[in-house]
Write a protein that binds this ligand. Structure first.
Ligand SMILES: Nc1ncnc2c1ncn2[C@@H]1O[C@H](COP(=O)(O)OP(=O)(O)OP(=O)(O)O)[C@@H](O)[C@H]1O
Ligand SMILES: [Mg+2]
Length: 371
C-alpha cells in the first residue's frame, strides 16, 4: 500500500528536508505551507496522514486541525509543537489529532509515529473491506435461500407446463394459426427452465475439493470450448503458466467462473472483441492463483462498478445478474477474493485470486495461446 503524507508547515526548509528523508523510508510526501493550500490539495490528492505544525505564522494551527478533521474525518493527523506548548498540543488532540511530536525530533521518532498512523490507515481499510464482504455475503446468502426455496417447486411446475405445451404444439395441425403461439410459449418455458437451473446452481454453495487440482486444465478446456462456440466471433487469448498451479478448488467451478466472464466479455463487445485470459501464481503474503480476464469493450460504467457483484444486478434485458456474484461467492468461501475494474485501455477487467500451493519450479516462461 502506498504511504502518502501531507506536511503542513510554513517552514519550507524543514518541510523539504523532512520530505526528502521520508522519501527514503518509502513515504510519498506533499507539502502545503498554509491551511488553504492544504485543503485544496486534499480535495484532489489521495493522502491518508497529515503532519501539521500548530505554530504557523499566520494561522491558528489548532483551529486548522479542527477544520481539517471536520472536512476529512478519515484523515490521520499528527501535530508538531514546540516544547513549551503542551497545552496547545492537548487542544489539538481534542481537535481530532491522533498523535503529537515535540519539535525538534529525530527522524526515527517521526517514523515511529508515522508507522502507527499508517497501521491505523491499513486497519481501517481492512475493516471497511471486511464489512463490504460481509454485506455481500449476507446478500448472497439471502438470494441463495430465496433461490433454493423457489427454484425447486418452480422447476416442477415448469416441467408440467412444458409437457402440456409440447402435446398441444405437436397435436396442432401445421396450418393452424395457433401453432406459432404454442411454439413461442414452449420456447419461453424452455428459457425459464434454464433460468431456474442457473438459480439452483447459485443456491448450491461452492464445494471445496479437498484435493488440489491443476487449474490450467479447466482454464484451457473452457477457453478453447468457448472460443469455438459462444465466443466464436472473438479473439480469445489464453496465457497459462508453464508449471502446474495447484489449488483446492473444484475445477468445474473455475470453468463456470471463466464461462461467466467470457460471456460477459462477449456481451460487452457484441461478440466481436478480444478477451485476454491469464492464469498466474502471485505472492500476496501467501500463495495465490490469479485468474484475470480482460476485454476491449467499453468497461464497467459507474453503476456497474458499484453494484455488479451484487446478486441479481444486471443491465441486460436477458441477464439474471448472477454471473459475477457466483464468482464472488466462490472467492469468499475459498479464502480468496474477486475484484472488478476497468483496464487502462478502457475495457473491463476481472481478477479472481484463490489460495494455491507453492509452485515447485524455476522461473515461469508462461504459454501465450490463441484459442
Ligand atoms: N465485461 C464487462 N464489461 C462491461 N460491463 C460488464 C462486464 N461484465 C459485467 N458487466 C456488468 O455487470 C453486470 C452484472 O454482470 P453479471 O455477469 O453478474 O450478470 P449478467 O451478465 O447481467 O447476467 P448473467 O447472470 O446472465 O451473467 C452486467 O449486467 C453488466 O452491466
Ligand atoms: Mg454475466
Amino acid at each position: 500500500m502506498t504511504r502518502r503524507l501531507l506536511i503542513l508547515d510554513d517552514d519550507a526548509d524543514f518541510a523539504i528536508s523532512t520530505s526528502r528523508a521520508l522519501a527514503l523510508e518509502g513515504v510519498e510526501c506533499r507539502i502545503a505551507p498554509d491551511g488553504a493550500s492544504a485543503l485544496a490539495l486534499l480535495e484532489v490528492e489521495p493522502v491518508e496522514v497529515v503532519l501539521i505544525d500548530i505554530r504557523l505564522r499566520h494561522e491558528d494551527g489548532t483551529e486548522l486541525a479542527a477544520r481539517l478533521h471536520a472536512r476529512h474525518p478519515g484523515l490521520v493527523m499528527v501535530i508538531m509543537t514546540a516544547y513549551a506548548s503542551v497545552d496547545s498540543a492537548v487542544a489539538a488532540l481534542k481537535a481530532g489529532a491522533y498523535d503529537y511530536l515535540r519539535k525538534p525530533f529525530f527522524l526515527d521518532e517521526l517514523m515511529r509515529a508515522l508507522e502507527r498512523c499508517f497501521q491505523l490507515v491499513e486497519l481501517r481499510a481492512a475493516k471497511a473491506r471486511a464489512e463490504r464482504e460481509l454485506a455481500l455475503m449476507r446478500q448472497i446468502e439471502a438470494t441463495s435461500q430465496l433461490a433454493a426455496g423457489l427454484s425447486h417447486d418452480f422447476k416442477n411446475m415448469l416441467a408440467v407446463i412444458r409437457a402440456n405445451l409440447a402435446v398441444i404444439e405437436e397435436r396442432l395441425p401445421a396450418q393452424d394459426g395457433l401453432k406459432p403461439y404454442a411454439g413461442d410459449a414452449l420456447d419461453a418455458a424452455l428459457t425459464a427452465g434454464e433460468l431456474v437451473t442457473r438459480l439452483m446452481g447459485f443456491a448450491r454453495q461452492p464445494v471445496l475439493s479437498p484435493e488440489p487440482r491443476d487449474l490450467r486444465l479447466p482454464v484451457r478446456t473452457t477457453a478453447s470450448m468457448l472460443a469455438r462456440t459462444l465466443c466464436a466471433g472473438m479473439r480469445v487469448e489464453c496465457d497459462l503458466p508453464g508449471h502446474p498451479l495447484l489449488a483446492p478448488v473444484d475445477p468445474g467451478q473455475i470453468g463456470t467462473a471463466l464461462v461467466n466472464l467470457l460471456i460477459n466479455a462477449r456481451d460487452a463487445t457484441d461478440g466481436r472483441g478480444r478477451a485476454q485470459i491469464a492464469l498466474r501464481h502471485v505472492w500476496r503474503g501467501g500463495d495465490y492463483a490469479r485468474l484475470t480476464v480482460e476485454d476491449d469493450g467499453p468497461g464497467f460504467d459507474a453503476g456497474g462498478l458499484d453494484h455488479a457483484l451484487e446478486p441479481l444486478f444486471t443491465t441486460k434485458p436477458e441477464g439474471t445478474g448472477l454471473g459475477l456474484s457466483m464468482i464472488q461467492q466462490l472467492a469468499l468461501v475459498s479464502g480468496g477474493d474477486f475484484r472488478i475494474g476497468n483496464a487502462e485501455g478502457g475495457g473491463a477487467r476481472a481478477v479472481l485470486d484463490l489460495p494455491c500451493l507453492k509452485p515447485c519450479t524455476g522461473p515461469d516462461q508462461g504459454s501465450g495461446e490463441n484459442m
